[in-house]
Design a protein around this ligand. Structure first.
Ligand code: FAD
Length: 708
């Protein structure tokens, strides 16, 4: 089975220049444990930084598997996909390759909160990720289960931290390296590794829902990380808790039954068509893989009182719902929704699982009651009266590591070389996992090569917001991304993620990082230059309102006749497009037609946010984009200084050896205990801790500046 799958993969591979790793290498710069969304991005990113990397995962054929919904992006999550792509990650390109239904959510609102989303073909997505990894330089993949971490207490660093120096494997592994002369090298390496050790300088753990995982269906539960997959062995959880002394919690989530497509009566549902002009996730793709007109539709139906009755009657045989552990508040099971909001009608989206799949995914119907009761429930829903279930829904509970124990570069504070990313840090969702994986991979790669780790600020990216929230505030329920989590959402838009992050992933200020390729960096520079030129060209056009009316027929300009308006101001009108202006001034503007959408968004954002405090963040972004601060109003300059001051204070480093309990400053006992428990890395992170007052922050700021 495995060999057949790999042959398929091999056929699908596009072979570039590849370096063949030594299959018998027992020492790597970086080991990544887990081939989910965090692990795949981590492995690829660590390799890109120049680290010789090993990805170990339980089953090779589940690398890149979408455990739950076959979809990517959405509001907040789509921002993360764009940022992952801007940093040369895999997810955005995989989405463009595998997408079967693209849409931008929230289009009626401002561009800052648009949510790029796509329904995916499961198989194509997984194949793309596997192909990419198998053709990644410096990356070896090993099928096997990590049973334990190897921890050295002998050589603590200055802060007394122990070091993780490798892993111990379970019994049977198969190793895959890159392609050699178009032949896939596959070694059954039981002899070399069976139950053995592999050493590394750094390690990224991405065990997802598998760490001490249990599956729930009706009254029964059994060990498992996902249906069909065993959990991560108890040894790993034990090492984290007992050997490394980490605080570990428990969370849960669930998935709906998969429904056989032919058994659905779509005439009782509302059809939802995709965007006619699909927008790719990746900045380097101008088109998606499929023809826009061939995209598949989704369908909408709703729950009925019958659904509520079935839920209530089966509560006593539904053990998952009785557990104390916290589930995803924003993606609740149908049982939770019925119990929390009795009498309410809930949406159910019927979404295709792939081009040729005969299954539909009923989004909104995650459930854990017995399988026969699940059938009764779905048959209470219009369109599903005769539906057949292919696989029942189920729930999963798993261990996570409280993420306040991590640095902002995702390394465990009390253990050198150990990085954590994905669901193991208490998040939920593919995008959240991949974003952390990428950044943990970059830093695991860097530390293994004796380079300083890097952080992303929350003023710069949603990935920064995500990590800062995790390490600063921790989680008490599965964390997912929303645009409302960012204070700077006007500037952190999906459309400008490349301008914000591609240079950051390429160059650290004094050295190349390797996360972003030269090719992608060059493209970002070209885009930036063109946008600058286009904005200058727009500003150079200035006409009276009357002349604009003559030029652009059918546009309703509200200004008085003599008002002078620039091209830039005209573009802020909702019904004026860049294409219209380019037709009127072809010599000046036609060279920039490929950026029509982006330029329009830049200008519209001013319109949406003109009275908004957060405009200051946008001004900073545009100034950076345009290099020419003189073009902007003086108030923007003041706002730029404000945001810079905020950024400086926000990133003020708090020494890790501060004893908050005895610190000679005026802090309440409660504040001291919060700070001592969380040990925030920066003043910004401290200020966001629940229970920390502005006065406490001022005292802390004064203390740190005094002690500098
Ligand atoms: P995973 O994708 O879980 O990958 C973990 C990987 O690690 C797996 O490949 C596993 O084989 C490997 N692994 C684990 N332990 C070891 C070991 N010891 N040795 C070697 N390999 C190991 N997300 C949502 O956003 N909404 C939802 O509604 C939702 N519902 C879900 C329902 C279910 C039943 C499940 C299982 C997941 C659900 N998710 C949902 C979560 C989503 O799948 C995860 O957020 C995402 O996949 C996390 O990515 P990850 O890389 O952290 O972990």
């Amino acid at each position: 089975m495995l060999v057949r799958r790999l042959r398929v993969l091999h056929k699908a591979l596009c072979i570039g220049s590849m370096q063949v790793a030594d299959v018998h290498t027992q020492h790597y710069d970086v080991i990544v444990v887990g081939g989910g969304h965090a692990g795949t991005e981590a492995a690829a990113a660590a390799s890109r930084t120049g680290a010789n990397t090993l990805l170990i995962t339980q089953k090779i054929q589940t690398i890149g598997a979408l455990s739950c919904n076959p979809s990517l992006g959405g509001v907040g999550k789509g921002h993360l996909v764009k940022e992952i792509d801007a940093l040369d990650g895999l997810m955005g390109r995989a989405g463009d390759w595998a997408g079967i239904h693209f849409s931008i959510l929230n289009r009626s609102k401002g561009p800052a909160v648009w949510g790029p989303r796509a329904q995916l073909d499961r198989g194509l997505y997984r194949d793309f990720i596997q192909s990419e990894l198998l053709s990644t330089e410096r990356l070896t993949i090993l099928e096997g289960s990590v049973e334990d971490l190897l921890v050295s207490a002998a050589d603590p660093d200055k802060q007394g931290r122990h070091k993780v120096y490798g892993i111990r494997l379970g019994e049977k592994q198969i190793e895959f390296t890159q392609l050699l002369n178009n032949l896939l090298l596959m070694t059954d390496s039981c002899d070399s590794h069976g139950g053995g050790e592999i050493h590394s300088r750094s390690m990224v753990l991405t065990t997802g829902t598998f760490l001490s995982g249990s599956l729930f269906l009706g009254p029964h539960s059994s060990p498992g990380g996902r249906m069909g997959d065993p959990p991560s062995c108890v040894g790993l959880s034990y090492s984290l808790k007992e050997i490394l002394g980490l605080k570990v919690g428990r969370l849960r989530t669930g998935t709906p039954p998969r429904i056989i497509k032919d058994s659905i009566d779509f005439s009782c549902t509302e059809i939802r068509l995709p965007d006619e002009k699909p927008t790719p996730f990746s900045f380097i793709n101008t088109h998606i893989n499929c023809k826009p007109e061939e995209q598949l539709p989704c369908f909408l139906t709703h729950t009925t009182p019958g659904v509520e009755r079935v839920v209530n009657e089966s509560i006593h045989v539904n053990s998952h719902i009785h557990q104390d552990t916290k589930g995803p508040r924003y993606c609740p099971s149908i049982e939770s929704k019925v119990l929390r909001f009795p009498g309410r009608r809930h949406q159910v989206w019927l979404e295709p699982e792939g081009w040729t799949s005969d299954l539909m995914y009923p989004q909104g119907l995650s459930m854990t009651m017995p399988a026969d009761t699940q059938l009764c429930l779905i048959r209470e829903i219009p369109g599903l009266h005769k539906a057949q279930i292919h696989t029942p829904g189920y729930g999963v509970q798993y261990d996570f590591v409280c993420p306040t124990q991590l640095y902002p570069w995702l390394e465990v504070k009390r253990t050198q070389g150990l990085f954590l990313a994905g669901q193991i840090n208490g998040t939920t969702g593919y995008e959240e996992a991949a974003a952390q994986g990428l950044w943990a991979g970059v830093n695991a790669g860097r530390t293994s090569l004796s380079k300083v780790p890097l952080s992303l600020s929350r003023t710069q990216s949603y990935i920064g917001v995500l990590i800062d929230d995790l390490v600063g505030r921790g989680v008490n329920e599965p964390y997912r991304m929303f645009t409302s989590r960012s204070e700077f959402r006007t500037s952190l838009r999906p459309d400008n993620a490349d301008m914000r992050l591609t240079p950051r992933g390429f160059f650290s200020g004094f050295e190349e990082i390797g996360c972003v390729s030269q090719q992608r960096y060059n493209e970002a520079l070209r885009v930036k230059k063109s946008l600058n030129e286009a904005l200058s060209a727009l500003r150079s056009i200035s006409l009276s309102a009357t002349r604009w009316k003559n030029k652009l027929q059918h546009v309703n300009i509200s200004e008085t006749k003599s008002t002078i308006l620039s091209g830039e101001e005209m573009l802020q009108y909702k019904d004026v497009s860049f294409q219209m202006l380019a037709s009127a001034f072809p010599e000046l503007l036609a060279p920039y037609l490929e950026f029509s959408e982006r330029i329009k968004v830049e200008e519209r954002i001013q319109y949406y946010e003109s009275n908004n405090f957060i405009l200051m963040a946008k001004c900073v972004m545009i100034m950076w984009l345009c290099d020419s601060a003189a073009l902007y109003h003086p108030h923007c300059e003041k706002q730029r200084r404000d945001i810079e001051r905020m950024q400086e204070e926000e990133s003020l480093y708090l020494p890790q050896d501060i004893d908050y309990l005895t610190l000679p400053v005026s802090l309440s006992k409660e504040v001291r205990e919060i700070l001592d428990g969380s040990r925030p890395n920066t003043l910004g992170a401290a200020s966001r801790l629940p229970g920390i007052t502005p006065a406490a922050i001022v005292h802390l700021l004064n203390y740190v500046q005094r002690e500098k």
